[in-house]
Design a binder for this molecule. Sequence first.
Ligand code: FE2
Ligand code: FE2
Length: 325
Amino acid sequence: MTTATQQRTSTDDAQAQEHFDALIAQDSRIEPTDWMPAAYRKTLTRQISQHAHSEIIGMQPEANWITRAPSLKRKAILMAKVQDEAGHGLYLYSAAETLGTGRDELVDQLLSGKAKYSSIFNYPARTWADIGAIGWLVDGAAIANQVPLCRASYAPYGRAMVRICKEESFHQRQGWEILYELANGTPEQKQMAQEAINRFYGPALQMFGPPDEDSPNSQQSMEWKIKRFSNDELRQRFVDMIVPQAEGLGLHFEDPDLKWNEERGHYDYGQLDWDEFKSVIKGEGPCNVQRMQRRRQAFNDGAWVREAAAAYADRQRPAATRLTA
Ligand SMILES: [Fe+2]
Ligand SMILES: [Fe+2]
């Protein structure tokens, strides 16, 4: 590169950065065709693809209960919910692809174990009540996390989140309703509901990520207006939301430190087990190995569908541009 070209490039970059900063400052949206800093693109590619992977892996603990749902109505609702999660994965892979990384590569990162997904999906759904707890607490935490993402500065991500959040509200509601029925059923059913929320309370609170002081990348994401609230702010908002909902169910959380703090105007809650969180992220959770085996198998089993779709798409092209005769 000549010196003159270098100078022109650096002036162009400085102007582009200035334009980007101005768009962020005025709460405007960044579109795929806009210039963006390489680190912004990388952060978003990682975040959106991890989010997509979580939706896809997250189908497993619930799909496992479709054949065992206690009634035809419950089966139909659960099937619709699990299908929604597949749809969420697809919107999000599409949003991630607009940043320039192809879906094959993103999927490969998941299958090779290079990419992470939300650690909550490495916990098993042991009883039917767990399906209620997952819908109410896991989808509930997802909503608390995702509603602010509807305003994320990267437009395709924000647009995907608007649609996803509408469906998540239904997911949370159906989970709460499963628990409501159990909590108002026999003493054994109520006990099963209580045990399910005991299992999911801690892991659901951990879905917001580590405490703010251990989350060094959050600040940059806030400055870029990808993230609007810190991990601890969102976690607090979630706790404040679920405590009265648990009371509505006639159930409780087994956290001795959980109590209303008049001065703060929020519920206080106990320390979470961050060692457990780290070990699940490292791959030592109860279902990490099983989830990845199942995903790889599903990917391999679906090879013929991808081949057939590619062959069909090729046949739709004009003869001169076809790959196969
Ligand atoms: Fe979802
Ligand atoms: Fe959901």
